[in-house]
Design a binder for this molecule. Structure first.
Ligand code: SAM
Length: 287
């Protein structure tokens, strides 16, 4: 075991509390960027263990080391259930990681990303070049409120991905039944809504509330899980919502063939396994 030696050097640490009594701590090399944007407190720090970390209002949005889990799982799971998806709407997602993953699919013709805070996009371009690279030109980035966009658009989408921050601050309205209902209306018959929804381990009440709201709108709501080391408890919940009872199996095994070797988390076994829930989570949802 390595002994800790207090060399007299000042050490900087950042802690995000996940509950009043626990959290995650990073030893910080330096603060790279800080701005009170129109919407939130945006900070980028460089850490020893997880590389660069983006914080919004003091909460970890992503880190260099584990961002791939979240971005691959919010994207490849729905697209592989419905390989006919061509029109995709991303709400939030200003770090561009979700856009990067959707853009891997050559058959997807139209990707729109609506992010409220342009500073998240510009700082991600500067500090997270690995997230902001795209693999097709079929996308458009709109700086604006995702709620406004969904209520005003005349377009119909095959997939809506809500890549939002937590249900506080500008992201709050993205977790309401009214918003989910409008998403339903602008999805086609075989359309899919996917969203991230907190930790079932720590935030049982909030995750259950989101599930119950979605169930009022969509016939078929399926929770799935991924392991994200820097998110509270490491166990992260996503929801996949459909208008009909459809199989959640991978429909076309060749769809990810050209890039499957570069994916670091998603594969077809993970796809199937992510819908298998631990007993305490099943009980929580009553399924
Ligand atoms: N992976 C992340 C997580 O779960 O912690 C999500 C990160 S992503 C950076 C979330 C984005 O949603 C933020 O950039 C935030 O500005 C954006 N956002 C929040 N409310 C929004 C709204 N009403 N319309 C569009 N974007 C919004």
């Amino acid at each position: 075991m390595k002994e800790f030696n207090n060399s007299g050097q000042t050490q900087l640490w950042f802690t995000e509390y996940h509950t009043p009594n626990s959290g995650i701590t990073f030893k910080v090399k330096e603060t790279l960027y800080r701005k009170k944007t129109k919407y939130q407190d945006l900070v980028i720090i460089d850490t020893y263990e997880f590389g660069k970390v983006m914080l919004l209002d003091g909460l970890v949005m992503l880190t260099d080391r584990d961002e791939f889990v979240y971005h691959e799982m919010i994207t490849h799971v729905p697209i592989n259930i419905n390989p006919k998806i061509e029109n995709v709407l991303i709400i939030g997602g200003g770090d561009c990681g979700t856009l990067r993953e959707v853009s891997r699919y050559k058959h997807i013709k139209n990707i729109k990303m609506v992010e409220i805070d342009k500073d998240v996009i510009t700082s991600s371009k500067k500090f997270f070049p690995n997230l902001t690279k795209t693999f097709s030109k079929n996308y458009k980035i709109i700086v604006g409120d995702g709620i406004d966009f969904v209520f005003k658009t005349k377009e119909i989408f095959d997939l809506i991905i809500i890549d939002s921050s937590d249900p506080i601050g500008p992201g709050e309205g993205l977790f309401t039944e009214k918003f989910y209902r409008k998403c339903y209306e602008i999805l086609n018959e075989n359309g899919i809504l996917t969203l991230q929804a907190e930790s079932p381990y720590f935030y049982k009440d909030s995750v259950k509330t989101i599930y119950n709201r979605l169930k009022k709108v969509f016939l078929n709501v399926k929770p799935y899980l991924a392991f994200i080391p820097t998110y509270p408890s490491g166990m992260w919940n996503f929801f996949l919502c459909l208008k009909e009872e459809t199989s959640l199996d991978v429909k076309n095994k060749n769809l990810i063939k050209s890039f499957q070797n570069v994916l670091k988390y998603y594969n077809h076994q993970i796809h199937t396994g992510s819908f298998s829930l631990p007993n305490f989570v099943k009980k929580m949802y009553g399924i």
